[in-house]
Write a protein that binds this ligand. Structure first.
Ligand code: IVH
Length: 584
């Protein structure tokens, strides 16, 4: 009989995994990394292995993937699109090869190794060489009909060449993906248009394939690498390697990094080489796939309901470590957003010492149930900021209490409000000193007005002593008064006041970026400065005039106009203009 704790945990994990499946498959907006997702599934599998009586056919461990979304017509795959079993070490890859060899006594097993490109699985149907239908993988059994969208891609040939063109009913499979550089460019364009950016290339690929309007998909820089001929009656192929060649001759693209490896040693070397060169790949890959080459042997090995027994994914090392949460503090951003941050016992992770990590927001803490004293698993995937994968429940100290998110701003005590649609709680006090400090720090940052000497400590003193109540006050500071503040001397005060004076001539573009108008970053600031020339010119612009600036959409135009219409913001701009700030 499973203890009540395990039973509750199993229920909780299933709910979590289903939620992430929905985010991933239906909304193309996953909230967690693959490694974090895999950790949840692994924990569930381990609990189910310990308590087989808890396994139900509905458990996410019993079926690959999530449910398909409803925006597109459903397509039942004739042959299920399976997942891949995956491992994290070359030792496990060798163990897999050993099992394969034992299952095929006397056979010489050769391998094909491929990058596991991180995109969206698609199945393409051709009738007598003509593109007839394209579908997403969906939950593996039922996908979505995205024929029109895939037809809009250059990487999907509309007519095949060579022998595959003569097959009456051909189905091929592959991965649609967005190269990293193209993803960056797309995100910049989306941001400039005031549209939400994608979190990573995989989301961008999934979001682009699943557009309602195929013309949008056509404009997206998507590529497709084919990795399987799943149905080709009458076409005699002996090996996977031959299938890849046939795909290329038919006009498809396959990964140029695919290799044939005569034995498992060569496959291991391939995986190690690919992992070392991972950062140099032009697309995101999350591992290598190792496949038995001969199709006859593949057939003999068969499959489970989840994955083929003739292939294995070796996942790249997710860089992870565990450490203890020593406290949770709440930071106040310049827009008033309250962000919880865990202070950690310092830990080395992929070459850097980490002593704090963001917990994002109230819901995120509740979802992960992070408590002070908990041991957490941290991950740093690629070069990105570390994040908490989850809590190591077995190491929770007795008496650790669920974290209660403050209902008041920790800096000024004002009510911290949260709208029904919002993920964040916001300080409601426009004059909150913590928000002002953040605004000043942003204003003085190198990218903005470049005020060396206006670091966190200096800002703190200027605000706490009441010398600065907004950014315009900076231009009224006098060196002798600043010099009397603790932490300043005559020279440092003169330097700061001198730097502030010199920043008057940084130009409108830098000033607009520095002001932190919602939606206006460096790129939009450049567009606005080029079009309107002066603060005054911008302040007088109508929403329609703003929306006509190439690269500025209606949402952004509205945000800028609303900001400029606010009485306090108008007064601030007038004072900056009077202090002659923003000249070139
Ligand atoms: S083989 C039956 N090869 O990884 C064989 N899959 O977890 C199953 N993927 O949804 C797929 N690159 O979309 C295979 N070279 C590759 C792949 C690959 C990426 C994706 C695929 C699938 C997922 C499996």
């Amino acid at each position: 009989m499973a203890p009540a704790d395990d039973r509750r945990r199993v229920a909780r994990l299933r709910e979590e995994i289903r939620r992430h499946n929905r985010l991933y498959y239906e909304q193309a907006r996953p909230e967690i990394s693959d490694a974090a997702y895999d950790a949840l599934v692994r924990e569930l599998r381990a609990l189910e292995a310990r308590h087989p009586e808890l396994v139900t056919p509905e458990s996410p461990t019993q079926r690959p993937g999530g449910r398909p979304a409803r925006a597109f017509a459903p397509v039942a795959h004739r042959v299920a699109m399976l997942s891949l079993d995956d491992v994290a070490s070359t030792a496990e890859l060798r163990a897999f090869a050993g099992r394969v060899a034992r299952a095929l006594p006397g056979a010489r097993v050769g391998w094909v190794c491929e990058p596991k490109v991180d995109g969206l699985g698609v199945a393409l149907l051709y009738r007598r060489g003509r593109f007839a239908r394209g579908a997403t993988r969906g939950d593996g059994r039922v996908g979505e009909d995205v024929t029109r969208n895939l037809a809009a891609l250059r990487a999907v040939p509309k007519r095949l060449r060579g022998r595959l063109a003569r097959v009456g009913d051909l189905e091929v499979r592959g991965e649609a993906f967005m190269p990293r550089a193209a993803f960056e460019t797309l995100n910049r364009a989306l941001e400039a248009a005031g549209a939400p950016a994608f979190a990573n290339p995989r989301n961008a690929a999934a979001g682009s394939v699943r557009q309602k309007d195929a013309r949008v998909t056509a404009g997206r820089p998507l590529d497709v690498f084919l990795y399987e001929i799943s149905h080709a009656p009458g076409h005699a192929l002996a090996s996977h390697w031959e299938a890849l060649g046939a795909l290329r001759r038919a006009g498809f693209r396959t990964s140029p990094l695919n290799r044939r490896c005569p034995d498992v040693d060569a496959a291991v070397r391939y995986c190690e080489r690919l992992a070392r060169g991972r950062a140099r790949l032009v697309y995101d890959a999350d591992g290598a796939v190792v496949k038995v080459d001969r199709l006859e042997l593949q057939r003999r090995l068969g499959r489970t309901s989840h994955h083929p027994r003739w292939a294995l994914a070796l996942k790249f090392q997710a860089r992870q470590a565990t450490t203890v949460v020593e406290g949770i503090r709440v930071q106040v951003g310049r827009t008033g957003v309250l962000t919880p941050v865990a202070t950690l016992s310092p830990v080395r992770l992929a070459g850097v010492v980490i002593s704090s990590v963001t917990l994002h927001n109230e819901d995120e803490i509740a979802r992960k149930d992070v408590r002070v004293g908990d041991t957490v698993l941290l991950e740093r995937a690629g070069d990105v900021i570390p994040h908490v994968v989850g809590v190591v429940r077995a190491r929770r100290p007795r008496g650790a209490r669920p974290y209660r998110f403050p209902r008041r701003c920790p800096a000024c005590g004002a009510r911290a409000a949260r709208g029904p649609e919002e993920a964040h709680r916001l300080c409601t006090n426009d004059a909150c000193p913590a928000r002002l400090k953040e605004r000043l720090r942003h204003f003085g940052s190198r990218r903005a007005m470049g005020l060396d000497g206006l670091g966190g400590a200096a800002v703190g003193r200027l605000v706490d002593r009441g010398l600065v109540r907004d950014v315009a006050d900076l231009y009224r500071l006098r060196a002798p008064r600043v010099a009397r503040l603790p932490g300043f001397a005559r020279k440092s005060a003169e330097n700061l006041v001198g730097a502030i004076a010199a920043s008057r001539r940084r130009g409108l573009e830098r000033l607009l970026d520095a002001l932190g108008v919602p939606g206006v970053g460096a790129h939009v600031a450049r567009l606005l400065a080029a079009r309107f020339g002066t603060l005054d010119g911008l302040a007088r612009a109508s929403r329609a005039e703003l929306a006509r600036v190439p690269g500025i959409g209606p949402v952004l135009a509205r945000s800028v106009v609303d900001h400029l219409a606010d009485r306090r913001n108008r007064r601030l701009l007038a004072r900056l203009a009077a202090a002659r700030v923003g000249a070139a």
